[in-house]
Design a protein around this ligand. Sequence first.
Ligand code: ADP
Ligand code: MG
Length: 140
Amino acid sequence: MAIQRTFSIIKPDATERNLTGAVNAVIEKAGLRIVAQKRIHMTRQQAETFYAVHKERPFFGELVDFMISAPVVVQVLEGENAIAKYRDVMGATNPANAAEGTIRKLFAKSVGENSVHGSDAPETAAIEIAQFFAGNEIVG
Ligand code: ADP
Ligand code: MG
């Protein structure tokens, strides 16, 4: 399996509770390397662009409001099979369904306020990374 990069967000519910380091510890323990990271406060336009795929969903407005409610930490993670591996480390979207030891089981508050984002495929990972990082900000 090849080395991949995936895009991660530590969401407002986690940054507000001072859980950035705790989330990063789970990421690193799983063998993923944080090769880029910055704390930002997303604009409404950035959040709407990022989640455009969900714009017809009933929770879209709530999701955008949540993502701009406090700072987030955007990251690029690198490792073997990083995209699928990080989805496993994150756990199910709804923390009620998330497996023991996953970030969402450990920390998420609800299906909406679920602590982390991770890309779902190589194509989306490339688009999401490019939305937030210049090439020279990623140091593998
Ligand atoms: P994932 O983040 O696991 O890839 P989705 O891509 O389906 O999940 O949804 C994107 C984000 O939208 C979720 O992480 C969550 O923050 C929010 N969301 C998804 N489903 C719901 C829901 N039923 N109610 C409120 N927010 C939701
Ligand atoms: Mg998704």
